[in-house]
Design a binder for this molecule. Structure first.
Ligand SMILES: CCCCC/C=C/C(=O)SCCNC(=O)CCNC(=O)[C@H](O)C(C)(C)COP(=O)(O)OP(=O)(O)OC[C@H]1O[C@@H](n2cnc3c(N)ncnc32)[C@H](O)[C@@H]1OP(=O)(O)O
Length: 329
């Protein structure tokens, strides 16, 4: 559900109530999102190099490019909400104790023993990722990157890991028509995948069941992928890969019998969480920095191609076939 003007105004008031200074980087991000949400693309003359503060503000706003106002408003609300929950949680709850983060509609987020676990929680829809879930996963990742955990885990509730993009996302057409829908979806997807590229801590997928589409294609951005032998991956040609085949292809790190999957993986995760967190974070940074620029470039290109493909008859027919399949029974 899109952030309303009221949500936006509440978030602006919430910023004033933050207990801790979120730091210059976050304040610049808030400034840029506020300006984009209220005025649109950067319309400020570029300040001189010695005007450091206004130059930093100009850079932050200009970086958002043509991000739609409503997306900027949503991102502002999400950022403030993650700041409030992470600053509240870091000040109110002692590290190492079990705390369940509320404030999510489509996820369950818990943090204990140095492990933040993000669980996709739409089991009745095979954890299909709707627009709200895209935003909530980004918000949860941003909060996890700042909390006191050492590692972050993503998994699914129910019999599926995730059936990928919620195909009803394509039915919510804005006033600007399917072209605007495709443009906004490409912006959203690029930001979503970018969060996984930039995530600073060890990120581990627990593929508890079948995975489809985007939930498979981002696995390559995780630092480890543990799969139950119930898991299957569906990618090109619509062919189902077994977890073992995906492991042989290097997409999965290790496969476990479903009966021992949770126990085996959590034993490993708890051991990993006891390793020196800064050493793990810096090791990941050194490895990922070498490929980050290329990953963002590939992400941008893929989203641009997808924006065009979503307007094709092939895509529209596939979506309509799926959405009408049960009415044909
Ligand atoms: C910002 C945009 C980014 C776009 C980039 C991402 C692209 C992708 O991820 S492409 C891949 C998209 N996903 C799919 O095409 C999978 C579609 N789903 C299926 O093929 C099947 O549901 C299944 C094989 C995943 C499971 O089949 P089955 O066991 O028969 O279960 P049902 O089909 O009855 O599903 C139960 C329930 O869940 C709903 N549902 C499942 N997957 C999706 C989905 N991807 N989108 C929307 N809804 C989904 C399904 O409609 C059923 O709902 P009810 O009929 O209301 O019970």
């Amino acid at each position: 559900m899109r952030a309303s003007q009221k949500d936006f105004e509440n978030a602006m008031n919430q910023v004033k109530l933050l207990k801790k200074d979120p730091g210059n980087e976050v304040k610049l991000k808030l400034y840029a999102l506020y300006k984009q949400a209220t005025e649109g693309p950067c319309n400020m003359p570029k300040p001189g190099v010695f005007d450091l503060i206004n130059k930093a503000k100009w850079d932050a706003w200009n970086t958002l490019g043509s991000l739609p106002k409503e997306t900027a408003r949503q991102n502002y609300v999400d950022l403030v909400s993650s700041l409030s929950s992470s600053l509240e949680s870091s000040s109110q709850v002692e590290p190492g104790t079990d705390r369940k983060s509320t404030g999510y509609e489509t996820l369950m987020v818990t943090s204990e023993d140095g492990i933040t676990k993000i669980t996709l929680n739409r089991p009745a829809k095979k954890n299909a990722i709707n627009i709200e879930m895209y935003h909530e996963i980004m918000r949860a990742l941003k909060a996890a990157s700042k909390d006191d955990s050492s590692i972050t885990v993503l998994t699914g509730n129910g019999d599926y890991y995730s059936s990928g993009n919620d195909l009803t996302n394509f039915t919510d057409i804005p006033p600007g028509g399917v072209e605007e829908k495709a443009k906004n979806s490409a912006i959203l997807l690029r930001e979503f995948v970018g969060c996984f590229i930039d995530f600073p801590k060890p990120l581990i997928a627990m593929v508890n069941g079948p995975a489809v589409g985007i939930s498979v294609t981002i696995l390559g951005l995780f630092d480890a992928v543990y799969a139950s032998d119930r898991a299957t991956e569906m990618l090109v040609f619509g062919k189902k890969l077994t977890a073992g085949e995906a492991c042989a292809q290097g997409l999965v790190t290790e496969v476990f019998p479903d009966s021992t999957f949770q126990k085996e993986v959590w034993t490993r995760l708890k051991a990993f969480a006891k390793l020196p967190p800064n050493a793990m974070r810096i090791s990941k940074e050194v490895i990922r920095n070498r490929e980050k620029e290329k990953l963002h470039a590939v992400n941008a290109e893929e989203c641009s191609v997808l924006q065009e493909r979503w307007l094709s008859d092939e895509c529209m027919n596939a979506v309509m076939n799926f959405l009408s399949r049960k009415s044909n029974l």
